[in-house]
Structures are given as structure tokens and as C-alpha cells.
Design a protein around this ligand. Structure first.
Ligand code: MSP
Length: 540
């Protein structure tokens, strides 16, 4: 049995210069699936997402719209919160960097770093990517032809008096950390890029001037505000820096991000935490467990989907997918066909429909209907008795009993394999569930209960077959729940399982290892047919 863990998972906090789009939904959805999976296992999970407000592009956009930065941020923060809520994300809190909780803590951290000497005053001149709110080192800027790597706009030359963080001092410790923790940054290819860049890291400015008061002031110097990136990174800590929540930080955060913001998360952030750690009262501060940098969703033309490029799927387009296919379908598609690895994924409506039909309508949905329908037809909607292995006809095409196959498959997937799964294999996390469903389909073909049912003497055998099918589908639905929770919960109701209630009563936690054990459905239970969980999609 897997023992419960404390688990902390985060997403980037998103800029509120504009409304949410598919890219933001993607990272949050992936983190949500992972959070749900851990809760299903019984872990004590904290899942954090939210918004990043103090960016210059937020105050610029506000000015264009004759609003104060706070009004503009309020409006878009609400749009993000609303989309996430509509998509049934199970985040435990929602960060706003303009909240008092965040501002007070950031001020405290920066004051401590000023005092310890790891933040100092200096002068900075360099190439600035305004879209990314990021200084680009000379050699990198040159390699990019002095244009933004992300939106292609020219970099701007900028000079300012700043407060700096002594990043260079932490280079040896960072490299040692990467060496000792090969999984710290995933996927591997991303880690290698970062390690090479860290070797050349110089001190970085952590403040800016001329923000018009939009931001958190540098403690002791009201003319400067804390650079938005430093302000933002601290969110992961500020929202769990309370006596009740500190355990989540101590457990080791898993940060989901995309590759565009890896440098901040894999270099600057751990170095700042190392600097903080050495200060009195911050000995509980540790480094995150993992920074997972996925790739991009790209549009048909292969360009990154983004707000500045205007080629993203906006909340209305996302709504359309949800109303056409259901929320589970969107969640399933994003989580299993997204750019988790090092290659970008193209978002295509055709592929979406294909995956929906093949994995959800024709596999899980169809198998659930078939089995509940036959129980309705042959056993008046009552789960039949399981009459042990009394006949060869119960073997599948491989000559194995379904029960044995399911038990073997579950053992293989929920044993150490799943417990120690790497996030990279999130799509593989969905496959055990589907695999069981396919076993059921093959078993039905092989045993043909619909033919046996023509002979009254064979009814005990038909009963056993259908019991086996229902039981295997029950286990499959437990494994699939993090991906398609709505459909699984509907199915549980139909087969008389109160898992959703148990989770609700148990602070959202499930009992994965107990629920995937064979033989828990009780013969005689009323089985409801219900409508199709995933009606087949007809390509228009
Ligand atoms: N505010 C910063 C992050 C601060 S975190 C301490 C920021 N915000 S953002 O609004 O630009 O969001 C960037 C993140 O959105 C990416 O890291 C990724 O998680 C997600 N995505 C944005 N566009 C995306 C795609 N086209 N594809 C996949 N993910 C995308 O950067």
C-alpha cells in the first residue's frame, strides 16, 4: 500500500494584462490532473494557481483602457478565476500578487535579503525584452538578433539604478544542486540547457524605477519597486507561509511551467531560496522538489499560441469545445495529448474529435453502456452473482481469466510504478484505465454473453461474465477519475459506488489502493443504464 504524502503542486501565475487563453488553461489542467491523482491516492494535497499583477504591461493596458492598474487587474483576475472555476479546477487557493498576504511577505523577504547582503544597490544597463519583462544577457541577445525569442519584437536598451541579487555567488551551489538532484529540472533536455546557462550567471537586478507606483516598493526605498519577476516567484512561498500551510512548502513543491520561463524557476528562484534559507527564521525554506517545463501548444501554422500573437484559443473557443464535447473531453485531451515533453503540440480540432471518439466514446463510454445494458436486459438491472471460474468460456482470447488480467494490470500500474511515476508520463497514467477497458471489450467479444444468454441454462455463466466486466470497469473508472472525473462519478452512481461521497467526506481524499482491489461490487446491487457517458461525435 502506498503511504500518504504531503504534496504541493503549482502553476505559473498568469499576467492579467489580458484574458486567459488555452496555454494558461493547459498548465492549470495538467496540475489539476496531478493534484486529483494525488488526492485519489489519499495524499494531503495543496494545489496553487493564480495571477501575476504587477507587470508594466498590466499598467500600460489599464492606461489604454482608462482604468487604474488595480481596476484592470481586478477585472482580469476575475476572468481567470471564473474560467478556472468553470473548468472545475481543484486549486486550494488563488494567488493575487496585489493581495496583502503576498505583499507583506514579499516585503519581509526582500528586507531580510537586503539585511543579509544578498541584495545590494547598483547600476544596470542591458537588453530588455518588454513582452517577457526580462533582461537578456548580451551573448544571448546577439544570438537572438536583438529580438524577443518569444514575440519577435526588438529588444530595448535600458539602463537603471537597481537593487541586485547576488546570483553569481550561488552558481557553485546551484550547480551542485543540479548534480545531486538529476530530476530537479525535467525533461532532461531542458535541464542541460539551464545548467550551461547557469555557469555564466551574473548578478541580476531585482527592482525597477518608474513603475508609477504599480508594484511592491523596495523596503526602505519608495522610488523603486520590486521587479515583477521577483515579486511573482515569491508567490509560491507567500501563499503557504502560514503555520497551517508551511508543511506543503517543506514537502517540496512541484512547479509546472512552460519552457519560456524556465530560467527564472530553475536558476533565480532556487538561488533566492538558498539565500533566504541562510537567514534566521527561514531555516524551513527548502528548494522545490521539481521544476517541470513543458513545451507549447502551437497553432496550425506552428507558432506559439499567445496573447501577443493573437492566435490563442480564447475563453469563448474553450467554452465551445466544452459544450460540444464536455469538460471531461477537454481535460482528457489536454492532459494526454499536450506538449508535456520537449516537442510542441499542434492544437487541432480534427485530432480532438478523433481522440474523443476513440478513447472516450468508443472505449470507456461504449463499454460502460454495453455492460450496464446487458445487466439491465438479462438480470433486470441487478448485478448478477459471481459464480467463480466454472467454465472455459470465461477465458479471453489469450486464454486468461479477465479477473487475473485485471489484477495483474492493476498491480503493475498501481504498485511502485505509479507511485514513483514521473510527471513526464502523465499520458501513461491514463493508459492503465483505458487498458482495462480494452481488456473488457476483448473479453466480451471472446465470451459472447449475448449469445450465451439465449440458453437459460447458461445464465449463471452470463452472470459471472457480466460481473467480471462490471468489476473491471469499476476499477478502470477509479484509475481514470483524475482525467475524466465527471463521467467516472456518473458511472459510480450507476453501479452503486459512493466514492464521490467518501472523497467529499474525507477532505477530497480517496482510497486508490483499496478501491482498485478486485471483488468489491456486491451482487444484487441495482445497476442503472443511464444515457451515453460520451455520445459518439459525428464529424461535420
Ligand atoms: N507571470 C509570468 C509567470 C510568473 S510565475 C512565477 C508569466 N505569465 S504568462 O501569463 O505569460 O503565462 C506563461 C505560462 O502560461 C507558461 O509558462 C505556460 O505555463 C502557459 N502558456 C502560455 N502559452 C502557452 C502555450 N502556447 N502553450 C503551453 N503553455 C502556455 O509568464
Amino acid at each position: 500500500m502506498n503511504s500518504p504524502e504531503t504534496f504541493y503542486v503549482t502553476t505559473p501565475i498568469y499576467y492579467v494584462n489580458d484574458r486567459p487563453h488555452l496555454g494558461h488553461v493547459y498548465t492549470t489542467m495538467v496540475a489539476d490532473v496531478v493534484a486529483r491523482y494525488h488526492r485519489l491516492k489519499g495524499d494531503d494535497v495543496f494545489f496553487l494557481t493564480g495571477v501575476d499583477e504587477h507587470a508594466a504591461k498590466v499598467s500600460d493596458k489599464a492606461a489604454e483602457n482608462d482604468m487604474s492598474p488595480q481596476q484592470w487587474a481586478d477585472q482580469n483576475a476575475a476572468a481567470f478565476a471564473e474560467v478556472f472555476e468553470k473548468l472545475e479546477m481543484t486549486n486550494n487557493d488563488f494567488v493575487r500578487t496585489s493581495s496583502d498576504q503576498h505583499k507583506t511577505k514579499v516585503t519581509e523577504y526582500v528586507a531580510a535579503l537586503l539585511k543579509s547582503g544578498d541584495v545590494y544597490e547598483g547600476e544596470y544597463e542591458g537588453w530588455y525584452d518588454a513582452g517577457q519583462e526580462e533582461y537578456i544577457p548580451e551573448n544571448k541577445a546577439k544570438a537572438q538578433d536583438y529580438k524577443s525569442e518569444v514575440n519577435g519584437k526588438p529588444l530595448v536598451r535600458k539602463a537603471e539604478k537597481n537593487y541586485f541579487f547576488r546570483l553569481s555567488k550561488y552558481v557553485p551551489a546551484l550547480l551542485a544542486h543540479f548534480e545531486a538532484n538529476p530530476d530537479f529540472v525535467q525533461p532532461d533536455a531542458r535541464r542541460n540547457e539551464i545548467v550551461n546557462r547557469i555557469k555564466e550567471a551574473m548578478d541580476v537586478p531585482i527592482s525597477r524605477t518608474g513603475s508609477g507606483g504599480w508594484g511592491i516598493p523596495v523596503p526602505g526605498d519608495e522610488e523603486q519597486t520590486i521587479y515583477v519577476w521577483i515579486d511573482a516567484l515569491f508567490n509560491y512561498l507567500t501563499y503557504v507561509d502560514t503555520p497551517e500551510r508551511q508543511k506543503y512548502w517543506e514537502a517540496g513543491a512541484v512547479h509546472f511551467i512552460a519552457k519560456d520561463i524556465l530560467w527564472f524557476h530553475a536558476c533565480i528562484w532556487p538561488a533566492m531560496l538558498m539565500a533566504l534559507q541562510k537567514i534566521d527564521g527561514y531555516d524551513w525554506v527548502r528548494l522545490p522538489q521539481q521544476v517541470y517545463a513543458h513545451s507549447y501548444w502551437v497553432s496550425d501554422s506552428g507558432q506559439k499560441m499567445s496573447k501577443s500573437l493573437g492566435n490563442f484559443l480564447d475563453p469563448e473557443a474553450i467554452d465551445n469545445y466544452v459544450s460540444e464535447f464536455g469538460l471531461d473531453a477537454l481535460r482528457y485531451f489536454l492532459a494526454t495529448r499536450g506538449p508535456l515533453g520537449t516537442t510542441d503540440s499542434q492544437f487541432s480540432a480534427d485530432l480532438f474529435a478523433e481522440v474523443y471518439n476513440s478513447d472516450l466514446a468508443n472505449t470507456f463510454g461504449n463499454s460502460c453502456s454495453r455492460v450496464t445494458n446487458m445487466i439491465g436486459k438479462y438480470f433486470e438491472g441487478k448485478l448478477p452473482e459471481f459464480n467463480h471460474r466454472d467454465t472455459e468460456a470465461q477465458r479471453d482470447g489469450m486464454g486468461k481469466f479477465l479477473q487475473d488480467e485485471v489484477i495483474d494490470a492493476v498491480r503493475c500500474y498501481t504498485g511502485d510504478d505509479i507511485d514513483g511515476y514521473s510527471i513526464m508520463s502523465l499520458d501513461e497514467l491514463s493508459s492503465p484505465g483505458l487498458h482495462l477497458v480494452r481488456l473488457v471489450d476483448g473479453y466480451i467479444e471472446q465470451t459472447s454473453p449475448f449469445k450465451l444468454a439465449k440458453d437459460p441454462e447458461k445464465m449463471p455463466e452470463v452472470g459471472t461474465i457480466l460481473y467480471n466486466c462490471a468489476e473491471a470497469l469499476r476499477i478502470a473508472s477509479v484509475l481514470l477519475w483524475p482525467f475524466i472525473p465527471d463521467a467516472c462519478e456518473k458511472f459510480w452512481e450507476r453501479i452503486g459506488c459512493d466514492y464521490a461521497q467518501q472523497m467529499a467526506d474525507n477532505g477530497g481524499c480517496g482510497k486508490l489502493s483499496e478501491w482498485v482491489a478486485w471483488g468489491q461490487l456486491k451482487p444484487g446491487t441495482a445497476i442503472e443504464k443511464g444515457d451515453a457517458l460520451f455520445p459518439r461525435y459525428q464529424v461535420k
